[in-house]
Design a protein around this ligand. Structure first.
Ligand SMILES: Cc1cc2nc3c(=O)[nH]c(=O)nc-3n(C[C@H](O)[C@H](O)[C@H](O)COP(=O)(O)OP(=O)(O)OC[C@H]3O[C@@H](n4cnc5c(N)ncnc54)[C@H](O)[C@@H]3O)c2cc1C
Length: 317
């Protein structure tokens, strides 16, 4: 991939290219595939992922946005949050609760939402770095045609699993998606006074070995050796490695990394602050560890006292 193409698939296009395209390819009707996939493939349409809500992040299946059906359309009410690039998006992949009397994983349906529909309000949120890449999205009596439903009614959780699995693999496989390379920090270390320090060299070696192991794991996955938790393993490793690289880069730069005369962020400070998002987006490190524990190590499932109960009967915060 050339730099410019890589850039094109990063940022606002990452969601469509990495998450939405494979999900529509897997679940969409022929009409939906013809309608939406060219705009993603050609880099014309920005997409956003409307999953998380103020009360449903790690426990996504608790989501409360409602879609009610009447005469071939659905009316959607609710609120989404942390929706990356929703302010630029032409379409959004939306999860909404269509049957509150089913257990929480079963009463969810997925829709392909036209972000220009009446009743959609998008409000950008400011991040630690000062940028505004994610948003709150308010849905107030938004009408969605049934043709924009992705997958069967009530199958939204299974559709979302396709998206989340693609997201975790995507977040661990490419520097465009936020992985921080070690090479520039290694080069800076070589030219620093600390290079003679065996503790520093030991830290660098640990990071280098982890980076190589991650590259090999991703290559093995491309060769077909992967299980359903592959994305969780590499997403966890990539995001934690990236944070350790940015922390070391900041330390090596010394006091000069803290601020500039213009009070702007230095590249090292920006990288340090920006890397905080990596262990949260796409599911936090704690959630990835739980998935690995259950699906790879075969440990007992996390207790869920509400398992099997209707969503409408479950107490929510
Ligand atoms: C940069 C960025 C981009 C994002 N983009 C999108 C997007 O485009 N679309 C979208 O829908 N969402 C997006 N998100 C939201 C993201 O998916 C959620 O932030 C994430 O799933 C965590 O949910 P939460 O923020 O509600 O935290 P919570 O779920 O409230 O978690 C708070 C803390 O509790 C811990 N925790 C929660 N449950 C458990 C448990 N069972 N066991 C152990 N620990 C637990 C978590 O690990 C975390 O440390 C984005 C987030 C970030 C940071």
């Amino acid at each position: 991939m050339s730099d410019s193409t890589e850039e094109q698939w990063a940022g606002p296009y990452f969601v469509g290219r990495t998450l939405i395209e494979p999900t529509i390819a897997a679940w969409g009707t022929a009409e939906q595939q013809q309608r939406y996939l060219p705009g993603i493939g050609d880099g014309v349409d920005v997409w956003c992922q409307l999953f998380s809500e103020p009360g449903a992040g790690s426990d996504l299946a608790s989501l409360a946005t409602r879609a009610r059906q009447a005469e071939g359309t659905w009316t959607v009410d609710g609120q989404k949050v942390w929706s990356s690039f929703a302010n630029l998006a032409r379409y959004g992949m939306l999860l909404a609760r269509t049957d509150p009397d089913q257990p929480k994983h079963q009463g969810i349906t997925c829709f392909l939402l036209d972000m220009q529909s009446p009743g959609v309000t998008v409000r950008p949120l400011r991040q630690l770095t000062g940028e505004e890449h994610f948003c709150e999205v308010f849905l107030d009596a938004v009408v969605v045609p049934d043709e924009a439903r992705l997958g069967p009614v009530g199958a939204g959780w299974r559709v979302a699993m396709s998206t989340l699995s693609a997201e975790r693999s995507g977040l661990s496989g490419s520097s465009a998606a936020g992985g921080v390379p070690l090479a520039p920090v290694l080069a800076a270390a070589r030219h620093s006074e600390g290079w003679a320090d065996p503790v520093l060299r030991d830290r660098l070696m640990t990071l280098l070995v982890t980076e190589r192991a991650l590259e090999l794991t991703n290559l093995r996955a491309q060769g077909g050796t992967r299980n359903s938790a592959h994305g969780s393993i590499t997403k966890l490793a990539q995001s934690e490695l990236s944070q350790r690289i940015t922390e070391l880069g900041y330390e090596l730069a010394g006091a000069a990394a803290a601020c500039t005369a213009e009070d702007a962020l230095t590249p090292e400070a920006y990288a340090l602050l920006d890397s905080r998002r990596l262990t949260i987006a796409g599911g936090t490190s704690e959630i990835q560890r739980t998935i690995i524990a259950e699906r790879v190590l075969g440990l007992d499932r996390e207790p869920d006292p509400d398992r099997g109960r209707a969503w409408s009967e479950v107490r929510r915060g």
